[in-house]
Design a protein around this ligand. Structure first.
Ligand code: SAH
Length: 253
């Protein structure tokens, strides 16, 4: 069986219990070496075959899975964070489906959750925003025209940018062009969230490029933008004394 496993954002104990059990019994592990914490490989049993996909092509990864499957192995394909975001798992699953090789997915803690934890932030605050936009700046991978940052920036929602730490000038320019964020909109960069080297930098959108440059950050980082980082919010309705739910009867206002 093949398991696509989310490794979590970095800290080795932030993999799920299920993910760890799958690593412990795997016969072969193919891990995304550019981002997965190598400490996770300590969970592998002695004698497990280990491959680093950072130096492999899609065809080579699929070949190693196919070969292992034919030999009756349990195979873990280990991806950083949760594999559903920028994980390139769809192409692997489609290739396996074409070959009749069964697989399952074990989710993980995405780095955007690790970054919020590092900042002690909540993305969805009543009275401020109830939406999170997860996106990226356009680099070597194209972003569809209708999803250009300037278009997404018209909402003023909480925003998380993956894969964009080297593109901060472009990010600032396009987010400001959207109209809803300003130069003084709160902004943060979280480098290697939950790793030992974790670094958080807080500032404003207007200073985003300087925040990255002054701290030497150009990769393995998330950019977070929005009033959720600092703005005034309202208390939740859910825990308000006068709010009745299926579980709790509210008092008269
Ligand atoms: N599937 C992953 C994302 C993979 S794309 C997830 O759910 O987190 C790789 C990008 O994710 C990096 O360029 C960076 O923007 C972000 N990233 C991954 N791990 C990170 C971490 N620990 N801290 C900050 N950003 C991280």
């Amino acid at each position: 069986m093949v398991y696509f496993v989310g490794a979590g954002p970095g800290a080795a104990d932030l993999i799920t219990v299920r993910g760890r059990a799958l690593l412990e019994r795997a016969d072969r592990i193919i891990y995304a070496g550019s981002l997965v914490n190598p400490a996770l490989l300590d969970y592998a049993r002695a004698g497990c075959d280990i491959y680093n996909s950072a130096v492999m092509t899609l065809a080579e990864v699929v070949e190693k899975i196919e070969e292992g499957h034919a030999a009756g192995m349990d195979i873990v394909r280990l991806h950083t964070g949760d594999p559903c975001l920028y994980g390139a798992i769809r192409e692997q699953m489609d290739a396996l489906r074409d070959k009749g090789i069964p697989y399952e997915i074990c989710p993980g803690v995405s780095s955007f959750c690790g970054a919020a934890a590092a900042l002690e932030a909540e993305y969805t605050l009543p009275g401020l925003t109830q939406s999170v936009i997860i996106t990226r700046a356009e680099g070597r991978t194209a972003v569809p025209q209708r999803e250009q940052l300037s278009a997404l920036a018209g909402h003023g929602a909480s925003m998380v940018l993956f894969l964009s730490a080297a593109l901060t000038r472009q990010v600032r320019e396009q987010l400001l062009a959207g109209g809803a964020y300003r130069e003084d909109t709160p902004c943060a960069i979280v480098y290697k969230a939950t790793w030992q080297e974790e670094k958080t930098v807080r500032g404003t959108l207007g200073r985003l490029p300087e925040m990255a440059e002054e701290n030497g950050i150009d990769k393995t980082a998330l950019i977070l933008v929005g009033e959720f980082l600092e703005g005034e919010y309202e208390l939740s309705r859910l825990y308000a004394p006068d709010f009745t739910t299926a579980f709790r009867k509210g008092t008269a206002p």
